[in-house]
Ligand binder design. Structure first.
Ligand SMILES: C[S@@+](CC[C@H](N)C(=O)[O-])C[C@H]1O[C@@H](n2cnc3c(N)ncnc32)[C@H](O)[C@@H]1O
Ligand SMILES: [Zn+2]
Length: 399
């Protein structure tokens, strides 16, 4: 393999040489003998911060597993950049990955802290399902959906452990391929202007349901949608009552295409079929997670982590600040361009709409899901009038 050396965070990694594996003049990770995507450095940087914050609260040496390791970018970085990691177990089905992971571990002086196996991920995880062998953190970073690896991950996690999952199958989750979403996640997606949030909620809900089968409550610590993927971290706590408690945040998202009204229904509740505002038929998505997608106190702890040594530091700050602002806001968001197009108006500024909604007494914040997205407690009739008002100079409380 033609290789080159990159630095991510504080870690040196030998990776496939980008100029040797190209398609239409650009690096194509799938063409390389071992998978490495430089664009995921952002995700790996956040993961190092998340693991450090989680480990800090756990207060004891931790064992992590990266069973779909590629060049070992995640597992090697965890061992190198998170001091309390005492062991990082990495695996990959691709035989060519193994010498590269070992050499990356050696390159960073981590020989005593790692184990590398050429093994199918579910087999590796299942071998660690016995008490005493389990992990504090498992990172599932596959091609496409993480769902085939979630059962064995839950069984291989210690009580109180953390599970991180990536989903790159955003098309099914966002409702482009409904049947694939139903097959992989047992959930109906919704293709509309806030489909990225719905997709992330379906992913989170599916992990919660899988964990509940083993009497684990799964609680999302941090979830986000960026670029071509969704990523979510969960703390898993053992106890049937905790699994029941997590299930209370499962339900359905309801959406009206006519007036843009959205609502949620609890899992066991009968489903409303017509819109509260205009009486049109509602579309539904779910079952999915209807609670907060991240945990407020975990976000505060994560904000204390020093990301400044990482290349993606500025982008991480922006993302975490938007996610913090979204806490406690209802599911779904309004896309300003979409609302104004419906009104045949040009879009007013995001800042202006947020300020006006708050002045009227509603909660309002931007959302990391969309640069023109607004999360608010205001009903769609108010959002419409605010947009109209800012474009025409008319204020809702003038009348
Ligand atoms: C998206 S890549 C992982 C990228 C890596 N985590 C990183 O951050 O660079 C997925 C990896 O999983 C491996 N893989 C796919 N299916 C597998 C399976 N069932 N068991 C183990 N490894 C598998 C592939 O060979 C590939 O290296
Ligand atoms: Zn309606």
């Amino acid at each position: 393999m033609k290789s080159s050396v990159v630095i991510e965070g504080r870690t040196e990694l030998e990776v496939p040489d980008p100029s040797s594996y190209t398609f239409q003049g650009r690096f194509a990770p799938f063409k390389a003998p071992v998978f490495y995507n430089p664009k995921m450095e952002f995700s790996r940087d956040i993961a190092v911060g998340v693991l450090s914050s989680f480990a800090c609260a756990r207060g004891s040496p931790i064992r992590v597993c990266d069973p779909l390791a590629g060049v070992g970018a995640r597992g090697v970085r965890y061992a190198n950049e998170v001091p309390v990691v005492e062991l990082s177990v990495m695996g990959d089905l691709n035989a060519e990955s193994i010498p590269l992971i070992l050499s990356n571990a050696r390159r960073n002086g981590l020989e005593g802290k790692i184990e590398v196996v050429h093994e199918e991920a579910n087999l590796l995880l299942s071998r660690h399902s016995e008490p005493g062998c389990r992990f504090d953190f498992i990172d599932i970073d596959p091609f496409g959906t993480p769902m085939p690896f979630v059962d064995s991950s839950v069984r291989a996690l210690k009580n109180g452990g953390m599970l991180g999952v990536t989903a790159t199958d955003t098309a099914p989750l966002c409702g482009v391929h409904t049947n694939a979403c139903i097959r992989k996640y047992s959930s109906i997606p919704l293709r509309n202007e806030f489909c990225h949030e719905t997709g992330l909620r379906i992913l989170v809900g599916s992990i919660v349901r899988t964990a509940a089968k083993y009497d684990f409550g799964a609680f999302p610590l941090l979830s986000y949608s960026v670029d071509h993927y969704f990523r979510s971290y969960f703390r898993l706590k053992l106890g049937a009552h905790l699994a029941d408690f997590a299930f209370r945040s499962m339900g359905y998202l309801l959406s009206c295409d006519s007036c843009l009204w959205r609502g949620v229904a609890q899992f066991e509740e009968p489903l409303q079929t017509t819109c509260t505002e205009c009486g049109s038929p509602l579309r539904r998505a779910g079952p999915l997670w209807i609670g907060d997608l991240s945990d407020k106190s975990f976000l505060c702890r994560l904000a204390e982590f020093d990301f400044s040594y990482m290349r993606t530091n500025a982008r991480i700050s922006k993302l975490l600040s938007k996610i913090s602002g979204e806490q406690g806001k209802p599911p779904g968001y309004y896309v300003l361009d979409f609302v104004s197009k419906r009104l045949s108006l040009s879009a007013p500024s995001l800042k202006g709409v947020l300020e006006e909604l708050e002045r009227l007494g509603y909660t309002a914040s931007p959302t990391h899901f969309h640069p023109k997205g607004i999360k608010t407690s205001a009903p769609p009739s108010v959002v419409r009038e605010v947009v109209r008002g800012l474009c025409t100079g008319f204020r809702l409380d003038d009348c």
